[in-house]
Design a protein around this ligand. Sequence first.
Ligand SMILES: [Zn+2]
Length: 367
Amino acid sequence: MVTFYNCFHGDCAFISDTITLPNGTPEQVKLYVDLGPARFHIPNPVPDADLLISHSDNDHCLGKASTLNPRRIFVPAFFMEMAIILHKLVTHHNLSIHKYPVLAHKFIPVDDGHPLVYAPNLKWDVFNPCRNLWMNWLPPQVSLISLKATLNNFLSSNHIDADVDALIELSKGAQAFYSDGVADVSEDELERFVLAVTYRIYQYANTRHGGLSISRAVSLFKCSEVNDYSIVFKFIDSNGKSFLFTGDAPCCVYTRNYTNKSVQSDVLKVPHHGSNTGFDMDHITQSTPPYSEVLNNINPKVMVVSHGDHKPGPPDVEVIRFLNNQQPNRLLLLTTDIVKNNGLNPSESYMGVQTPYTIHGINAEIR
Ligand SMILES: [Zn+2]
């Protein structure tokens, strides 16, 4: 059973199920998928439930759950996301335990390279974030020497008293946080990683508005791509019903898995609160399958849009019209009515759902 909460603009869902372990013993699955925004209080929180934070945006990890003391916290396997999520969980006191070492110890990095190892008692398949996504950031066909020269020039022109080799040395502290026997990072990988991140920041500084300060470029880098790191996973309950959780990820970041994994799911948590970006409607390229193809691949019977209202932003008109046109074959559920008039005709009627509501597999039982 999965409960999607009306948590204003944000995501918060609870998976509750009993599955059978390979040795035949029953195991309770209790997992919160995101906590919603700061103004949301999780009703009757289950204290010992596990927690999965899809990514570090406030509307996914600041909801209040005073008695929640999770055994495990699944986070995207990307150290910047891990550090930001840890910081937010601690400073906003969502959890009854709020000490860095204790929380960090519970962190289980998740990516599509190591899906089942860390959660053998959860029947799930992870599609995103991809493993070592920063490898895509390095410029192709540029020699290491000329790349380092470009970056060193960038650093010194920004009065940074270190070259990239020094940054690589400094980064070895982060290695301890990232590894802990979970995902060992070799020296080569670490060097590539630091080069890739520095190059990404260099790109941010030089491609926007004719040049940005390095601190502005770093903050843009930190906040502008977090949606892409969202944990996307499919959970299959004990009745065989499947649920695809997508966080705020644009579908282009996980469609690479179409060839070797099945994204087909009975219930789809519509990505990014029904925003255009979730279905890549704002940015369709040849490498991005059109959104109708994406939806046909997932082929959901129920589509859940978790969103707030009375503010600009998602859900976007195009997405809601597109999803609405899928009915009655695919049931569209909204965690709250759409009544705002940001281009939507308020007279169009959508299914307003009393909250919290619960979907029983594909039967869409609501309560
Ligand atoms: Zn969000």
